[in-house]
Design a protein around this ligand. Structure first.
Ligand code: FE2
Ligand code: FE2
Length: 171
């Protein structure tokens, strides 16, 4: 490994964030599994895609560290929450995860600003923007699940969830 010029605090934050993204991927997989078990195929597919996106996010940071001669450190990932009472609990879980993830991104960004690490700042601009979208769809999901009051409207929502939550420019 080449010598890295990344400040220790920035490196620690980026490594923490890599593992946070991987944990999010694992948690979204669990949400997908729960939905599949309930025959909510639309939600299951949506969360499976989210899981894949979170892995891509981890890969973005891993690639950044490798390009700069630093060693990414993969940590153990805890078992995700797997039992839920309702689709509303699932939607709220997704929203809470995204809100927590935004805080993690902001903490990493603050470290990059403090260290005058411009490259890490530019990397994190992408993530800051991404979190605006992630918080938007998760809030919309909570609203839409709350509004689906009967079995018919729920199965309608399941059929169209991906299209309904799509954002103009994702990824
Ligand atoms: Fe992410
Ligand atoms: Fe996310």
């Amino acid at each position: 490994m080449r010598h890295s010029k990344i400040a220790a605090k920035v490196l620690a934050e980026l490594n923490r964030q890599i593992n946070h993204e991987l944990a999010a991927a694992h948690s979204y997989r669990a949400l997908s599994v729960w939905c599949a078990e309930q025959n909510l195929k639309g939600f299951a597919g949506f969360f499976a895609k989210q899981s894949a996106e979170e892995q891509e996010h981890a890969d973005k940071i891993i690639g950044h560290l490798i390009d700069r001669g630093a060693a990414p450190e993969l940590a153990a990932i805890a078992a995700p929450k797997q039992s839920f009472k309702s689709l509303l609990e699932i939607a709220r879980q997704a929203q809470a995860m995204e809100q927590t993830n935004t805080q993690g991104i902001h903490a990493a960004y603050e470290a990059a600003v403090a260290a005058k690490d411009y490259a890490a700042q530019v990397l994190l601009h992408w993530f800051i923007n991404e979190q605006v979208e992630e918080e938007a769809w998760s809030a919309e999901m909570v609203d839409r699940v709350q509004a689906a009051s009967c079995a018919g409207s729920l199965s309608d929502l399941d059929r169209h969830i991906e299209r309904l939550l799509a954002r103009e420019e994702s990824k």
